[in-house]
Design a binder for this molecule. Structure first.
Ligand code: ATP
Ligand code: MG
Length: 249
């Protein structure tokens, strides 16, 4: 699939669909007497099919923002539009439905069920989805066809993370939200996991957001968003997108 976002130089090309549009999103946590202002007015658009890397110091609000986009949390004020719908007005059961049908999550720790094989871990999700990929197909996308009947304890960290990615994408979500997906992995294994994310983004057109502390990963993004102190510090396009194997760490 050609990427509509990196094609903005072509004036005849129609602009890509907006998947998310946030307006003045804030999030304040009340900790007893203390207010923690995790997000302080986020205005952001995310586009269909793009690969976004989100950077920022610890505590800058990255996970909070990702969790709000994914319907795991709700803003204190402001609006979050997903397509034509306003997520910030959703109640818990509608948010659950939204998460189930539209969003895939990948976290630093893989959260696989130890007593189930790779195939069974993925099948748990495909069984409750309306138009899923077959578990075998999802595992093939992340290059794990030869490990499908292994249990998590029989897989390396990178392999377990790729099972987690297969599980997240098997329901064909429109968006894939990844919070430090390579945080627990060494460089070489991290690259394999990033290859899997890039492939899913390319082949399924899944809008992908990756939070990372590794600045090198920004080179594989269509756009790089930097957060600082609960606000957006910068948003930059990346005209020279690299493949994960070309990243210099
Ligand atoms: N559930 C919560 N209750 C209270 N404060 C919270 C909660 N979640 C996050 N915070 C606070 O909100 C701020 C932003 O946290 P967040 O987890 O979004 O940061 P982050 O950018 O993801 O950091 P890191 O890179 O360390 O993961 C921090 O000051 C954090 O302590
Ligand atoms: Mg975080």
């Amino acid at each position: 699939m050609t990427n509509p976002v990196s094609d903005t130089s072509n004036p005849t090309h129609s602009s890509p669909a907006v998947v998310f549009e946030t307006h003045d999103v804030t999030k304040t946590y009340q900790m007893g007497e203390v207010e923690v202002r995790a997000l302080r007015g986020i205005d952001l658009e995310l586009y269909e099919g793009e690969f976004v890397v989100m950077l920022g110091p610890s505590g800058s609000g990255k996970s909070t923002l990702l969790n709000i986009l994914g319907g795991l949390d709700v803003p204190s004020s402001g609006t979050v539009r997903y397509g034509d719908t306003d997520l910030s007005t959703f109640n818990e059961s509608v948010l659950t439905q939204y998460r189930r049908e539209h969003v895939g999550f990948v976290f630093q720790f893989y959260n696989l069920i130890p007593s189930l094989t790779a195939r069974e871990n993925v099948a748990l999700v495909t069984e409750i989805s309306s138009q899923p990929l077959a578990p075998e197909e999802a595992l093939k996308l992340v290059e794990l066809s030869d490990r499908m009947d292994h249990f998590p304890a029989q897989l390396s960290g990178g392999e377990q993370q790729r099972v987690a990615i297969a599980r997240a994408i098997a329901k064909r979500p429109r968006v894939l939200l990844c919070d430090e997906p390579t945080g627990a992995l060494d460089i070489r294994t991290g690259i394999v996991v990033l290859e899997a994310l890039a492939k899913v983004n390319r082949e399924l057109g899944t809008t992908t957001v990756v939070i990372t502390h590794n600045v090198a990963i920004a080179d594989m993004a269509d756009r790089v968003i930097r957060l600082s102190d609960g606000m957006i510090a910068s948003i930059e396009g990346n005209p020279h997108k690299k493949s994960p194997s070309e990243l210099s760490w």
